[in-house]
Design a protein around this ligand. Structure first.
Ligand SMILES: C[S@@+](CC[C@H](N)C(=O)[O-])C[C@H]1O[C@@H](n2cnc3c(N)ncnc32)[C@H](O)[C@@H]1O
Length: 291
């Protein structure tokens, strides 16, 4: 199969010639509309080959011969196939302590502020779009390393994602050893256990971290069952796939669910500039709720 390229298929006369399944302009437009409607994700023309390769697996699994047959199937079986469809489309790239300066800000500024003079305080953190769990586990390690065991603060982390496959991986907390290579050895020894026998080459996060985190499937485009308020929200490398209107609505909803002065962390290429004025910039991709 051809690798995904940055060019749209319209500008590649030969693209698609060797394709296993028919994939027309109409199919792509149809899929693009469904992805936008159900996940808020805006797919550019450049994502056309990616969409083909991600969904071709579903067509094979369902023994379908064309993308038209697939979209027909999808619309007739939304209750079962929509989850598989969205799981195939989402991009789940993540890593432990990604954009480490956020975790340093959490450790040095946010948590000390939240703990100050507030014994018994509830501290609520939301990792929205948590993918396979590296982000909420990095938050949990930072919290455990910063909030003294003697503290009466009650810290809980909510970790949510649309994609049920990545969420299961997050809940399991088992990773290939190469995914944790960049974690310093002392920290690794403290918070993870190396597998042996059949589990050689894997690590598992310890239950003390898992116990702090509630993993829930949640589509950011739909209703949210939580009442908040959240003191910190991490929503990093998620809105990059949304258009500005969708981003605006999402950040409004975040602000409504956050405590006064709460912190919001976004991805390295994301900005609230010209999206919402309900937050003010505090540092590199770190915001604070204004009102
Ligand atoms: C690139 S990952 C980012 C993971 C992590 N936050 C990080 O920065 O490393 C984006 C995640 O957002 C999730 N996502 C995309 N659209 C979503 C939606 N409408 N509702 C909830 N999660 C969504 C995807 O499933 C994916 O796991």
């Amino acid at each position: 199969m051809k690798p995904a390229t940055k060019l749209s298929i319209e500008s590649e006369p030969d693209a698609g010639r060797d394709r296993e399944f028919d994939f027309t302009d109409t199919d792509f437009e149809h899929i693009r509309a469904l992805v936008y409607r159900h996940a808020g994700i805006s797919l550019s023309n450049a994502k056309r080959n990616l969409v083909y390769s991600r969904l071709a697996r579903r067509l094979r699994r369902l023994n379908l011969v064309s993308f038209t047959a697939y979209t027909d199937y999808l619309e007739g079986h939304l209750d079962t196939e929509l989850t598989e469809f969205l799981n195939s489309i989402t991009t789940n790239l993540t890593s432990f302590f990604r954009e480490n300066h956020h975790f340093e800000t959490l450790r040095n500024q946010v948590l000390p502020e939240l703990m100050a003079g507030n014994s018994g305080r509830r501290i609520r953190i939301w990792s929205a779009g948590c993918s396979t769990g590296e982000e909420p586990y990095s938050i949990a390690m930072t919290v455990k390393e910063t909030v003294p065991a003697s503290s009466t603060c009650d810290v809980k982390i909510l970790a949510t994602d649309l994609d049920t496959n990545v969420l299961q991986k997050a809940r399991d907390g088992v990773y290939d050893a190469e995914r944790v290579q960049q974690i310093p050895p002392a920290r690794l020894r403290h918070w993870m256990r190396r597998g042996s026998g059949a589990n050689t080459g894997q690590v598992r996060v310890i239950s003390e971290l898992q116990d702090m985190i509630q993993f829930n499937q949640l589509n950011l485009m739909e209703n949210w069952p939580m009442r908040g308020p959240f003191d910190v929200i991490f929503c990093r490398n998620v809105v990059i796939y949304f258009d500005k209107d969708t981003q605006r609505r999402l950040f409004e909803r975040f602000a409504d669910l956050m405590a006064p002065d709460a912190y919001l962390f976004v991805g390295h290429s994301e900005t609230l500039y010209k999206v919402t004025d309900r937050f003010e910039l505090q540092g590199q991709t770190v915001y604070r709720k204004k009102y």
